[in-house]
Design a binder for this molecule. Structure first.
Ligand code: SF4
Length: 429
């Protein structure tokens, strides 16, 4: 527990620095692309039909007219960055709910494939959108990994999350998943553990459904993560979060998933076969995020796009990109970010790290690496730094803290929109 607390503090500190985007007086420019590189493209679709109380992502209530304008702007932004010379090999579409307008999503993916040599496309969705017409259309548009946000199959929890009415009961969701199983190369299901009213029996039942009944290809088991703004509504709707239960739940999940023949793709993602997984930021050090509320990591800088949808539409219409903030990272910050992301997958190749940072990684990072060895979180094996079993859980805590920090930054950005809205009527977030 002491180790977890210390490590959490360390990540919070790293986060505060990483997310400390300065407001720059002029326009923020994206760097020139490396002509020899294929980047990962992330698209954010911030619309949802249900606004779940625990969720801190950038999402707003779905309105068809606004979402249609948004997709058109996104297509324009894709053309802009393509003209700048960016090349994409993989696409990840997250949200929000990317499938709120499946026809426009498919059209957007086809536009990308017409401009770039795309080999894999991953799309997030909700159980509600898993009908045959949508899945066929998405498959035709090149989607090979579909990631469905289920969170839990327990009806009580689904009601508390206000998802039951819209997305159906656990039984109905499981039937939808079974229908779509086998359509895509990878069907991933996103689950959450450590909801206040979730107990071991509830998680055991979800595990059995996923691995024995639906036989899903991949499961991402996220620890519950909140932000400053969602803690209160979350407590009101679902009860108070107790982080002390996290480790027991995690160990139970790991045991079950490994016994059922799944392998860990990351500290919280389990796959039957190798394939894409949710944390694209682990597999792709550099990525470009388009759309309102996206982040990019390029050339040693973090970039953040506007969180105001109206501002996004205006910017794209006037030929600007959606990027409004930049944070230039020091070499130490880049190395710590690299270590955090690489070890999330379970291992880091020390020679690759040394090469990536021009022979400076071990010299600069010796304190961090020694600390991880002393607490028994990592061990070295044939040039690989690998997480130990306790290291895996530590990384769950670290990544929870990391994403909670990102969520707090999202809160700040949304707060700025409210201020902007008050100043200029007509803006909405
Ligand atoms: S959990 Fe998913 S469906 Fe619910 S508000 Fe967040 S993004 Fe939307």
């Amino acid at each position: 527990m002491i180790v977890e607390t210390l490590i959490s503090r360390y990540v919070r500190h790293l986060n505060q620095r990483l997310m400390n985007f300065e407001s720059s007086p002029g326009e923020v420019q994206l760097p020139e692309p490396d002509p020899d590189k294929q980047y990962l493209l992330y698209l954010h679709i911030p619309f949802c039909v249900v606004l779940c109380p625990f969720c801190s992502f950038h999402r707003v209530e779905f309105r068809e007219d606004k979402a249609t304008q948004y997709f058109q702007a996104l297509q324009e932004e894709i053309r802009q960055v393509s003209e700048m010379g960016y090349k994409f090999g993989e696409v990840y579409v997250g949200g929000g709910t990317p499938t709120v307008l499946p026809g426009l999503l498919a059209e957007t993916l086809e536009l990308i494939s017409s401009l770039h040599p795309v080999t894999s496309v991953s799309v997030e969705t909700n159980p509600h959108d898993l009908d045959e017409t949508n899945t066929v259309r998405l498959k035709q548009a090149g989607v090979n990994r579909l990631s469905v946000g289920v969170q839990s199959f327990d009806d009580r929890l689904l009601r508390e999350m206000e998802r039951y009415e819209k997305y159906g009961s656990g039984e109905e969701i499981s039937a939808h998943l079974k229908n779509v199983s086998g359509t895509f190369d990878t069907l991933n299901v996103d689950m959450i553990f450590n909801f206040p009213h979730q107990d071991e029996a509830c998680i055991r039942s979800d595990l059995g459904l996923l691995t024995d009944r639906i036989k899903v290809d991949q499961v991402s088991w996220y620890p519950l993560m909140t932000s400053s703004s969602t803690t209160r509504p979350m407590e009101h709707a679902m009860g108070a979060v107790d982080h002390a239960r996290e480790q027991g739940f995690y160990e139970m999940i790991v045991r079950h998933m490994l016994d059922a023949g799944y392998k860990r793709s990351s500290a919280w993602c389990f796959s039957r076969r190798p394939g894409m997984f949710d944390e694209y930021i682990v597999e792709h050090e550099e990525y470009l995020g388009l759309g309102s509320g996206s982040f990019s990591y390029l050339d040693g800088s973090m970039f953040a796009n506007t969180f105001s949808i109206n501002n996004y539409l205006r910017r794209i219409e006037s030929g600007k990109t959606s990027v409004v903030r930049q944070r230039v990272m020091s070499s130490l910050e880049q190395m710590r970010y690299y270590l955090l992301m690489q070890l999330f997958s379970g291992q880091m190749d020390t020679n690759v790290a040394e090469k990536r940072f021009k022979g400076q990684f071990d010299r600069v990072m010796w304190r961090d690496l020694a600390g991880l060895r002393v607490i028994g979180a990592v061990r070295e094996q044939e040039g690989q730094l690998r997480l130990t079993e306790s290291g895996y859980f530590l990384w769950v805590v670290l990544m929870r803290e990391f994403f909670s920090g990102v969520n707090n930054f999202r809160d700040d950005m949304r707060h700025n929109i409210s201020r902007e809205s008050a100043e200029r009527s007509g803006d909405f977030g």
